[in-house]
Design a protein around this ligand. Structure first.
Ligand SMILES: Nc1ncnc2c1ncn2[C@@H]1O[C@H](COP(=O)(O)OP(=O)(O)O)[C@@H](O)[C@H]1O
Ligand SMILES: N[C@@H](CC(=O)OP(=O)(O)O)C(=O)O
Length: 526
């Protein structure tokens, strides 16, 4: 649950807090600054496969023929024609390609992803994979059920059977030996029985439990690449130097990670080139030595960390949408692709709730000044979104609208707070208690933060337009916040009105002509 804070003293000040941005509102991962943006260009596919729908770039006829056949033997022929991706001695690892769960949800999807990698024969990618499909959710549910079901009934847990069947089916359809995942499946069953026996599931055990998803997907995919003649090597992130805090469920990557993984991945590549296939989402706690996870969606962070560590040319995150969109397509399907973003904008989007990117993932990319490209593995021809340090902002008004629901707002009124500081640093549970000593505090639940990510140099225009739209919709804004140097303006509304607001704002900023004149006037005035 997020927290928004309204603090009225003399003089009046308005502020926001959310759990992802525990400092004051707009506490995103500021990019800014100068610097050269290195922009890599993806090569377009030149031929489309048959049944397997595999696309290949720069293909000669043999490769196209092979791809059209769409099976493993054909792909092996393609790899051979390409001179064996991953075995080209002397070439350096050049990009990271991260594929999310939806991109690798089945054997067919794994074939497509292999095809995508083959489609860029000039690249030597480090591949980062998430767990297949919804495996992480299923593992969490299986763990919860194991706590209460008793050891004998573990084998009946529906989610466990779904996980087992999906992975066995995938291995069989890719014509791989079951041994690729057999040990992990056995260990996973033992773990669920252990949880059932102990009747408890700690955060530490939960992280170990969900790690099986990425450990299995990467083993299957690496085995498949090797089978089709693309030399690949599987890595568990927690074994190659991803060192984290011991905050199970939401661990932070520590600085020691960068040299460690660079040494390991680069060293192996020089010694015996093979495409690295790395588990996303996972690390190793520096004190506990146990498996940790980086928070939901953490494979994006794995990818950008590797990009920075190895100083790669580009970080590609392949998803099931055409890039970062003007709003969450599940809330309003008319959302369109945002072609360019700065790291700062992308970080704010993620911090304020856009599921498409992990909130921390822009930091390594920004520090390493490595462009991030968000692409659609279901629609590789779509240009996607390119995220760089700087972009042309002159004509930008609004970039994207983000919704964070289920926010709790603290409304504080006091004149005794002038000169007070430090109260927010205390435990959240105690905040209300503490504040009540010096202020009248109201806890307002079921609120939503609508974040308008855009050009703050046009904040008056954006706010004018937003308030015009919301007034017409009969919505009362309960609080606003704008950071001085940020790219984000936030409005708090009641949860029940939030989706309607997103739709109305999207129509006004991205679809309507009605307010265009206001835009034009304002553009000329500013
Ligand atoms: N602004 C947005 N732009 C794009 N996708 C968004 C946005 N907000 C929410 N989403 C959701 O994020 C999903 C992609 O993120 P995620 O599921 O984490 O991808 P993956 O698992 O492939 O890494 C999309 O399918 C979409 O439903
Ligand atoms: N599998 C993890 C990590 C991840 O990044 O997944 P995805 O890329 O599918 O969002 C999760 O579901 O959170």
């Amino acid at each position: 649950m997020a927290i928004a804070l309204r603090f009225a003293a003399a003089p009046l000040r308005l502020r926001l807090v959310s759990p992802n941005a525990p400092a004051i509102a707009g506490a995103g991962d500021g990019g800014g600054g100068g610097g050269r943006a290195r922009i890599g260009v993806l090569r377009r596919a030149c031929c489309r496969g048959g049944g397997g729908r595999v696309e290949v770039a720069g293909a000669d006829s043999a490769r196209c023929r092979a791809k059209r056949a769409g099976d493993a033997a054909a792909a092996a022929a393609a790899a051979e024609t390409l001179g064996g991706i991953g075995v080209g001695g002397g070439d350096q690892l050049s990009v990271v390609m991260k594929f999310g769960g939806s991109s690798v949800s089945s054997a067919a999807r794994m074939r497509e992803v292999a095809g995508l990698i083959l489609a860029f024969p000039e690249e030597r990618p480090v591949v980062v994979l998430s767990a297949m499909g919804k495996t992480t959710n299923l593992l969490l549910l299986a763990g919860e059920k194991a706590v209460g079901c008793g050891v004998i009934r573990v084998s009946e847990i529906e989610e466990w059977n779904m996980i087992k069947n999906l992975h066995i089916k995938t291995v069989e359809e890719l014509a791989l030996p079951r041994s690729v995942i057999r040990t992990l499946l056995d260990e996973l069953e033992q773990l669920l029985k252990g949880i059932a026996m102990m009747k408890e599931l700690t955060l530490r055990t939960t992280d170990y439990l969900v790690s099986f998803g990425e450990c299995m997907s990467t083993r299957i995919f690496a085995a498949y690449l090797n089978k089709i003649g693309v030399k690949a090597r599987q890595y568990d992130a927690f074994d190659i130097g991803f060192i984290t805090t011991d905050d199970f469920g939401n661990a932070d990557i520590l600085e020691a990670t960068y040299p460690a993984i660079a040494k390991r991945l680069h060293g192996d590549w020089i010694r015996d080139p093979a495409l690295p296939i790395v588990t996303g989402f996972l690390g190793k706690g520096w004190k506990s030595g146990a498996v940790t996870t980086l928070g939901r969606g953490g494979s994006d962070l794995t990818a950008t960390t590797i990009g920075k560590a190895l100083g790669l040319r580009e970080i590609q995150v392949w998803k099931d949408v055409d890039g970062v969109l003007t709003c969450d397509p599940n809330i309003y399907p008319n959302a369109t692709t945002v072609p360019y973003l700065t790291f700062e904008e992308a970080a704010e989007l993620a911090y304020f709730g856009a599921q498409v990117l992990h909130p921390q993932s822009m930091r390594p990319a920004r520090e390493g000044d490595i462009p991030v490209r968000v692409k659609n593995s279901y629609n590789p021809k779509a240009p996607g979104t390119l995220i760089t340090k700087q972009r042309e902002m002159d004509k930008v008004v609004l970039t994207s609208i983000v919704l964070k629901s289920n926010v709790t707002m603290l409304d504080i009124v006091s004149t005794r707070m002038l000169g007070q500081f430090g109260f927010l640093a205390k435990e959240l549970d105690h905040v209300v208690e503490e504040l009540e000593k010096i202020a009248v505090v109201h806890l307002l639940q079921q609120r939503a933060i609508i974040s308008l990510i855009g050009n703050v140099r046009r904040s008056s225009l954006i706010l004018e337009k937003a308030f015009h739209v919301l007034r017409k919709s009969g919505v009362n804004v309960q609080m606003i916040s704008q950071g001085a140097s940020k790219v984000n303006m936030s409005l708090i509304v009641h949860d029940s009105e939030a989706k309607q607001c997103i739709k109305a704002l999207h129509q006004a900023f991205f679809e309507d002509d009605v307010l265009t004149e206001v835009d034009e006037d304002a553009l000329h005035m500013s």
